[in-house]
Ligand binder design. Structure first.
Ligand code: FNR
Length: 184
């Protein structure tokens, strides 16, 4: 079983990112398990926590979880044209202590979303910058900027627009192909 960890850039109860991600999770083929990884309980990263006698238990749980994960799917809104702090915090927590990063070599893919037209273009590309440094191969094509997200979901939070489902399926298929390459 290949495990795909889904990291969200929003903690909001009615988050569009979360609803979108739940739809995308169902598009993975047999042999893949896509699961949400909790990052909302991680204290703001502080380098003092690198001291092995001073590590918050939530950090350890998160790092152990990420070590079981084969690939990472980021689904995120854009905050002020950039990365929501919650997501950047999780990247920082997972990157330390030095030399023990949980991210190294893990394939990643990014879906940005917005109720607006631009689909989170800014966050989609800002997020790529730390992922390069963290040595995560990133899916290049197709790029996923999901705009006008509020209009895409039906009353059961399912994507009602057939074209969007088709597009997201092609995105997942490309991500799966990429994951396979890195597993070979
Ligand atoms: C936003 N929003 C927003 N939208 C956008 O397209 N570009 C942006 O730069 C911002 N900036 C921004 C900053 C902050 C602090 C908030 C709270 C919101 C709007 C945002 O896209 C909208 O609230 C989404 O619904 C948030 O995603 P979730 O929580 O629905 O997943």
């Amino acid at each position: 079983m290949t495990k795909v960890g889904i990291l969200l850039g929003s903690l909001r109860k009615e988050s569009f990112s979360k609803k979108l991600a739940a739809n995308v999770a169902s598009l993975f083929p047999e042999g893949y398990e896509a699961e949400f990884v909790e990052i909302g309980n991680l204290l703001l990263y502080n380098q003092d926590f690198d001291d092995e006698n001073n590590v918050p238990s939530e950090y350890t749980t998160f790092r152990n979880k990420m070590k079981e994960i084969d690939a990472v799917l980021f689904v995120t809104p854009e905050y002020n044209r950039s990365i929501p702090a919650i997501l950047k915090n999780a990247l920082d927590v997972g990157s330390r202590p030095y030399g023990a990063s949980v991210w190294n070599g893990k394939p990643a893919a990014i879906i940005s979303q917005s109720p607006g037209n631009l689909g989170g273009f800014g966050v989609n590309h800002h997020l790529r910058q730390p992922l390069v440094f963290l040595n995560m191969p990133i899916l290049q094509q197709p790029e996923a900027y999901i705009g006008n997200v509020a209009n895409l979901l039906d009353g059961n939070d399912k994507i009602k627009d057939e074209g969007t489902v088709k597009f997201l399926q092609s995105f997942v298929d490309a991500f799966v192909d990429m994951i396979k390459k890195y597993q070979a």
